[in-house]
Structure formats: C-alpha cells, structure tokens
Write a protein that binds this ligand. Structure first.
Ligand code: NI
Length: 140
C-alpha cells in the first residue's frame, strides 16, 4: 500500500461563536476566535490517498487531477470566503477546523472515484496555523 499526498491552500475568515451562550461565555471559551468582526487564517489542506499503482500509469492517483478536484470541490468554495456565512457545506455548523475537516472528507470521499480507480481517501490534515492542525481518517 502506498500513500500519496497533495497540499492545497486557502485563506478564509470565521468566528467561533455559540449563539445560545452569552457574549461573556463565548469570549471565555473561544477567546479571540469569538471576535464579533471575524478573523482570518491561512489554511493548508493535505489530502492523502492510499492504494496500489495503476499498472498502465504507475500512479495511485494523478496528482494534477487530485489538485484540480480539491480546488474545484473544496478550496475554491472556501478561499477568500467567510466560513460562517458564505460556505454552503458549513451552513448551521460551528466553523471549527474539526467540523470543517469532516465536511471536506464527505466531499472528497464522494468525488475521488471520478479521478482514480485504485486510490481511496486515507486522511486529511488541515492546518489552521503552522502550529495547530487537525487530522481525520474518516469514520467515527
Ligand atoms: Ni480562528
């Protein structure tokens, strides 16, 4: 089994705010991330596909096709957007990296068979800052 990865980038704004809580409790839990007027991050998304190489191409997945797929289905919908307000697949969800990565997984897991017979989605890693990232391997 081989694991092949592609990194894509997007910039997006969000705020972490639970509308059922008071302003004070939001600030206590989310700190500066609860800022009323949003804040931004430079996100990196690393998509890892696993599989065996196609005997005809030697590829598990064509990384050019993977890059285009990630951009079309995910990062173009997030780049320079407000995650709370502009992104259909994050509607009515807390705009955390944890929720975001689960929604990205659903999209890419559904779309990946359109570009590879041999590769399956293995993991996603989403960097919100160079030091903070979340990983997801699908499932519960
Ligand atoms: Ni933030």
């Amino acid at each position: 089994m081989l694991y092949i990865s592609r990194k894509e980038h997007f910039n997006a704004a969000h705020k972490l705010y639970n509308p059922t809580w008071s302003k004070e409790k939001n600030v206590e839990v989310f700190g500066p991330c609860a800022n009323d007027h949003w804040h931004g991050h430079n996100f990196d998304l690393i998509v890892t596909v696993k599989g065996h190489p196609d005997p005809e191409t030697g590829f598990v997945v064509d990384l050019k096709k993977l890059s285009k797929l990630i951009q079309r289905e995910v990062t173009d919908k997030l780049d320079h957007k407000n995650i709370n307000l502009d992104v259909d697949f994050m509607k009515d969800k807390m705009a955390s990296c944890e929720n975001l990565i689960v929604e990205i997984w659903k999209i890419l897991d559904t779309q990946l068979p359109t570009i590879t017979k041999h590769g399956k989605l293995h993991s996603l890693r989403l960097y919100e800052t160079p030091r903070n990232y979340v990983e997801y391997f699908g499932g519960q």
